[in-house]
Design a protein around this ligand. Structure first.
Ligand SMILES: [Zn+2]
Length: 191
């Protein structure tokens, strides 16, 4: 009797621990998904003004302190990427270049420039949505996570709202391909 009672008790404890862990993990996942959805909202703002739809938010202590979207065409700046602008805003807000107590959420895997800026700003955690096989510098073209000699290592997690972060980009470029190309002959210079 004692043994079966003990087994039941242990089984109940194990189940409770599993349920607790499940809810803790779910809560953690839901938190990241929430912030990534805010980044996706920024990506949507970029799409509305015909910019490549990428968005980013910077979070500190649970509060969103900066949000931005890609403005490369609008600003006519190659560096006007969503996460780069979001980090600039965060630095202005906090009055420091050092963002070591901040987390960055961005819908697309950061490029070389942005990955460099993320490391220089000492971002604590980077969460990105979908991979960029052509320019990603975290896991794709360059695997910055494997460069051990860097003096700062950002913790990276990916795949939050991956499908939606990728879908908005795919739809944008599909639409671009379907539009008639500009007649370049009008730009020819008479000799
Ligand atoms: Zn970038």
């Amino acid at each position: 009797m004692y043994e079966s009672g003990q087994v039941r008790k242990e089984a109940a404890i194990t189940t409770s621990v599993c349920v607790y862990r499940f809810f803790m993990e779910y809560e953690e996942y839901a938190k990241h998904e929430y912030y990534m959805r805010l980044a996706l909202e920024e990506a949507e703002k970029a799409r509305e003004i015909d910019e490549v739809p990428v968005g980013a938010v910077v979070v500190r202590g649970g509060a969103v302190i900066a949000r931005a979207h890609n403005l490369r065409e609008t600003n006519k700046q190659a560096s006007a990427h969503a996460e780069f602008l979001a980090m600039q805003k965060a630095s202005s807000y906090l009055g420091t270049w050092c963002l070591d107590d901040c987390d960055l959420y961005v819908t697309l895997e950061p490029c070389m420039m942005c990955t460099g800026a993320i490391i220089l700003a000492r971002i604590a955690n980077l969460y990105y949505g979908t991979k960029d096989p052509k320019a990603g510098a975290v896991d794709s073209v360059i695997e910055v996570r494997k460069i051990s000699r860097l003096n700062h290592h950002v913790n990276v997690e990916s795949g939050y709202l991956e499908q939606e972060c990728g879908d908005i980009l795919r739809a944008f470029f599909k639409e671009k391909r379907q539009k008639p190309k500009r007649d370049k002959s009008q730009f020819k210079i008479d000799k």
